[in-house]
Design a binder for this molecule. Sequence first.
Ligand code: E4P
Length: 221
Amino acid sequence: MKFFVDTADIAEISELNDTGLLDGVTTNPSLVAKTGKDFFATVKEICKIVKGPVSAEVTATDHATMLAEGRKLAEIATNIAVKVPLTLDGLKTCKLLSDDGIMVNVTLCFSPAQAILAAKAGATFISPFVGRLDDIGHDGMGLIADIVQIYNNYSDFQTEVLVASIRHPMHVVEAAKLGADICTVPPAVLKSLVKHPLTDKGLDAFLADWKKTGQSILGNP
Ligand code: E4P
């Protein structure tokens, strides 16, 4: 399973990239607005830090402008994945950008039917939003199960399932059990994946016992 981080915060991205666990980044207009920084400069910097795909979203809603925006975003770096919304204009844009060899992330997916269309449009990634579905009492993980099953039925569907709108570690675990390709995870949730109280407790005990021996690994000649 690949891990993308879901943020436009350069400091968070750098810190997580240094762990060697990061495979890509997703941004959206809300995440960019949160930084208060220039969109193009931010995305350019992220693309230099992280080798994997970096999603940057178009903001137009009509096909012609979306296509022009997508092409402009793709010029920023070779690892840009242009993010388009799951609308007919977005799918049409996805098809043309994909045909040009540009990575496309189709976002705001809330149904299996939408995911089928994105795969047919040649999307590199489909982004189903699990948290937002859970928020309104729907089954976010059920959507992931449906999409994974459908995509596995058709070898010509090459689209990767990028689980988005992740709220907590169990979303990541459940997505992995279902065989989703990627999770895009907020920095705080990504960092919380490593945490377990028994790990902390066990480590404290090992260190206390080791101290009693008076020995040192690096001090050993
Ligand atoms: C990522 O591509 C999505 O834009 C993001 O995961 C949405 O998350 P949210 O529902 O927490 O805003």
